[in-house]
Design a binder for this molecule. Sequence first.
Ligand code: FEO
Length: 163
Amino acid sequence: MIPEKLKTALDEHVSAEIGAAYLYLAMSADFESKAFKGFGRWMRVQFQEEMTHALKFVDFMLARGATIVWKDAKAPATTFGTALETFEKTLAHEREVTARIHKLYHLAAAEKDTATQVFLQWFVTEQVEEEARVSEIVDKIRMVSDRPGSVLYLDKEYGKRTA
Ligand code: FEO
């Protein structure tokens, strides 16, 4: 049994991962509508990744015998500005997710739920990778942001991302 307080926090986190997926799907659509097909593709893969994260939480909770209480996922905006602004917002969002994961980990430790702590370790590592991946994109777009041809080159390069 997952301790009640931790179970409620995990319920909320499922909706946070689905909310992240929803956000990146919206960013993908925004990029596509601005002819940034590559960044749109990158965001669509990110959307799929976030859904995978949500499912990992769902499967873990079910394996622990928990009854999941579904929460609302926040509707995203429809436009996110320039490519640089969109990825800056992505990085800010990933930092929020990291903080949430760390908070969950500390709660699992306080509640002495070893299985949840071990489960969350994968996410702690994953968030380090996610932030590094997005941070690199932000840095690269910043470097070339005054040269549209170079931004389009990055769009093409990042469009090669696969799930
Ligand atoms: Fe599921 Fe990007 O954190």
